[in-house]
Design a protein around this ligand. Sequence first.
Ligand SMILES: Cc1cc2nc3c(=O)[nH]c(=O)nc-3n(C[C@H](O)[C@H](O)[C@H](O)COP(=O)(O)OP(=O)(O)OC[C@H]3O[C@@H](n4cnc5c(N)ncnc54)[C@H](O)[C@@H]3O)c2cc1C
Length: 250
Amino acid sequence: MWTSSAHTAQWAILVTRTDPEVPKHKGMTYFVLDMSSPGVEVRPLRQITGEAEFNEVFLSDVRIPDAHRLGEVGAGWQVAQTTLMNERVAIGGNAQPREGGMAGVVARVWRERPELRTPELRDRLVRLWVEAEAFRLAGSRLRQQLAVGQPGPEGSGMKLAFARNAQALAGLELELLGDDALRYDDWSMRRPELVDFTGREAGYRYLRSKGNSIEGGTSEVLRNIISERVLGLPSEPRTDKDVAWKDLPR
Ligand SMILES: Cc1cc2nc3c(=O)[nH]c(=O)nc-3n(C[C@H](O)[C@H](O)[C@H](O)COP(=O)(O)OP(=O)(O)OC[C@H]3O[C@@H](n4cnc5c(N)ncnc54)[C@H](O)[C@@H]3O)c2cc1C
């Protein structure tokens, strides 16, 4: 489900359950899957934006050579953690110039349409602009740390901040534009190769940014990671940690 760009990908990540006798985080094995293998079927999933940038992927009797396994048998969760940490940095820690991305788009509307301004909207724009700038600089520091090692749980903070800021800016842009924001440029069902936040209209940005707090780990799950692994707070009660996967209630 929700496999981004599966319609264009040559390779996919496949984390499989290979041992149901052990607890859920154990017993998984990580493979790279050649998407041109016989039995791989990719079906588009149409999103709230009208387009389908992700897909459902069905595998019927697909065979993967052991040479395409990454890591040890049963160590798939650890490999997946590294993948997820990198994905979060890629989503939240992009290199941007000042006023790049959504902050720049909204600031441009503000400058070009003085008749839309109110003191309350100004306060919100300045607050979000400062937030965007703070996490842009934090992202630059994170990328320097990455140059000498693997991303840690700090990347989750970047991704969380990015999602909150992007959604708030997209909402502000809509409010600024009022009735004009109700226009939607293109509802045709397309399968884009890239997600372009700044190349389309405000309505697209507003709808697409809803996915920012889900993709690459939901904001709730990222808050758990930050509280447990960055702040060292007590962990959530977990009753399934020592139970074999096959015995979990479902
Ligand atoms: C644009 C987009 C692209 C995506 N691309 C991909 C992709 O390429 N590959 C891929 O595999 N997936 C992809 N996804 C799926 C995405 O990774 C998952 O939807 C996401 O990780 C949430 O998992 P879930 O849907 O199973 O929700 P669940 O884990 O079932 O969560 C449901 C709700 O419960 C909350 N929740 C769950 N556990 C906890 C907890 N312990 N504490 C507090 N709250 C909790 C969640 O925050 C959420 O609100 C994509 C999603 C989007 C929106």
